[in-house]
Design a protein around this ligand. Structure first.
Ligand SMILES: C[S@@+](CC[C@H](N)C(=O)[O-])C[C@H]1O[C@@H](n2cnc3c(N)ncnc32)[C@H](O)[C@@H]1O
Length: 220
């Protein structure tokens, strides 16, 4: 893995432009090249965040990710989850200009397939379409889909009720940090501030913060 200039922490080749601000090769930016394997997949998080996601996922059995993109965080989850666990990946992949090709989705599927741990279930829909019929208790929920405040509130309200005691929710882009890209007005920052910093939501508490990632646990 080449994730920024950091140490090799995954066997899937991943590149993070968030780590060191390196410019990607513009010619290969399109996910078409990721699908063909001509470039690493692009992570939208830092290697520090990648490690935090891996740690939070360790031996968890039912995991849900909202917002998959090229699959970098899905790989972090898959690498450490319980070998008999299930990882549900929710993303509508609605922005593709050539719908039948949808190279972003294909790039993600190709990348996530390279890790064989656990079982992966792809759900190609918006998170709010999936929530009403959801039944399973969740051990880990990663919220990284639509980022405007209303959407983050909706994901929290729709999905956090399924997280079992002792389970965790990971918010991405939810914290200001030195040299980072987040702002106080960003949806995830505002929601995490409202829930956990400006007040204390009963039954939940922050257990880890790493760059823009905030991990909260539902108390057992
Ligand atoms: C920031 S990217 C996810 C990055 C990814 N987690 C990673 O670390 O590489 C956001 C993704 O959320 C998806 N998305 C947008 N709205 C969504 C929704 N309502 N439900 C699920 N996914 C959504 C987009 O299609 C996009 O792929």
């Amino acid at each position: 893995m080449a994730m920024g200039t950091g140490p090799r922490i995954s066997f899937v080749e991943i590149q993070s432009s968030k780590d060191d601000g390196r410019r990607r090769d513009a010619k290969l930016n399109h996910s078409f090249f990721g699908w063909l394997g001509l470039r690493p997949i692009f992570a939208q998080h830092t290697s520090t965040e990648h490690e935090a996601i891996r740690n939070a996922a360790a031996m968890r059995r039912t995991l849900v990710e909202i917002g998959v993109a090229e699959g970098a965080s899905a790989i972090a989850l898959r690498e450490t989850m319980a070998p008999d666990g299930r990882l549900f990946l929710i993303d509508p992949y609605h922005l593709s200009r050539v719908r039948f090709l949808n190279t972003l989705r294909r790039t993600a599927q190709r990348a996530v397939r390279q890790c064989k741990r656990g079982n992966v279930v792809w759900i190609e829909r918006f998170s709010h379409e999936v929530a009403p019929s959801w039944k399973d208790a969740i051990d880990l929920l990663l919220i990284d889909g639509a980022h405007h405040e209303q959407a983050v509130w909706r994901d929290w309200n729709d999905w956090s009720k399924f997280v079992r005691p002792g389970g965790v929710v990971i918010f991405h882009d939810a914290r200001l940090f030195e040299g980072g890209w987040t702002n106080p007005e960003d949806g995830p920052v505002r929601v995490v501030d409202a829930l956990f910093r400006n007040s204390r939501l009963p039954g939940w508490h922050i257990i880890q913060e790493a760059d823009s990632v905030v991990v909260v646990e539902r108390q057992a």
